[in-house]
Design a protein around this ligand. Structure first.
Ligand SMILES: Nc1ncnc2c1ncn2[C@@H]1O[C@H](COP(=O)(O)OP(=O)(O)OP(=O)(O)O)[C@@H](O)[C@H]1O
Ligand SMILES: [Mg+2]
Length: 255
């Protein structure tokens, strides 16, 4: 396997006041292999979201290097970086920013229509297919405001997938969902990962981390431990056992 994402000595500092600087990421190294399913856990304020945003080029590191598919993105021009994100990355958040004045299917199609000269009909067909896969095809022409939390999260996943990304970044994508919807979204993400898409998720939920194959533990701006597992196999694995072993590992590491 080869890394899709390789970050070295990532530092993120923000200036709060003239003589008050906050050092959020402290010399973080991160390697994500192509096809991996990785989760990031850690106390609130430890820098998980900051790690995700800086590793994905949504935000800029203060120093260090971030290589995505062998290209340095830490210093890439904003315009090129925006194109690269659009083409190769998908994002899912807890509060998904869907466009309220567009229908469900138009929201899903949106990232694919930004590039000029796109075949709109082909995009429409693909969006329909994604809505089918995620089980919300009936909502295609509904307004976004009519969808439930779990349905909105599915729309967000479809939108993240419309450009066939190499990697999906998720910041607590199931954070606002009940346990049933969480399970459904996670098995959807597992399927997507098994088809080859790399996934990196921030989560507070050991049940969610149990569906991934490597858990990173962050404390105070650093990755202080990691737990490697096998890819989750829904048919043969005891998910409860995986969850418990993650909980135990977190406690051992001082969470
Ligand atoms: N743009 C910013 N300006 C000032 N402080 C920031 C900024 N971004 C993050 N922080 C601070 O950096 C620290 C890490 O924030 P971050 O959001 O990455 O934590 P987190 O691990 O994702 O927390 P949570 O689990 O609560 O989402 C926090 O103390 C936060 O207040
Ligand atoms: Mg966060």
């Amino acid at each position: 396997m080869c890394p899709i994402l390789e970050a070295r000595s990532m530092n993120k500092k923000v200036i709060l006041a003239e003589d008050n600087e906050l050092h959020i990421l402290k010399d973080v190294n991160l390697d994500i292999e192509n096809g991996e399913f990785v989760s990031v856990m850690g106390p609130s304020g430890s820098g998980k979201s900051t790690l995700l945003y800086n590793a994905s080029g949504m935000d800029r590191i203060s120093s260090g290097s971030v290589r995505f598919k062998n290209q340095e993105i830490g210093t890439m021009k904003e315009e090129d970086l925006a194109k690269l994100r659009l083409k190769h990355m998908g994002f899912i958040f807890q509060d998904i920013n869907l466009l309220k004045n567009l229908s469900v299917i138009d929201n899903v199609m949106f990232p694919a229509l930004i590039e000029k000269g796109t075949d709109k009909e082909a995009v429409h067909q693909k969006a329909k297919k994604l809505l089918e896969i995620t089980g919300i095809e009936k909502l295609a022409d509904n307004q976004i405001t009519q969808a439930s939390g779990g349905q909105l999260q599915r729309v967000g996943i479809c939108r993240a997938l419309i450009n066939d990304p190499d990697i999906i970044f998720g910041d607590e994508p199931t954070g606002a969902l009940d346990s049933k919807s969480t399970e459904e979204i996670m098995s959807l993400l597992s399927d997507i990962n098994k088809k080859g898409t790399t996934i990196m998720l921030v989560t507070h939920d050991a049940k969610v981390a149990a569906k991934t194959e490597r858990v990173l533990f962050m404390v105070d701006g650093n990755i202080v431990a990691q737990k490697k597992m096998q890819k989750h196999d829904a048919e043969h694995d005891d998910i409860k056992e995986r969850e418990e072993s993650i909980m135990k590992w977190l406690v051992e590491n001082g969470f």
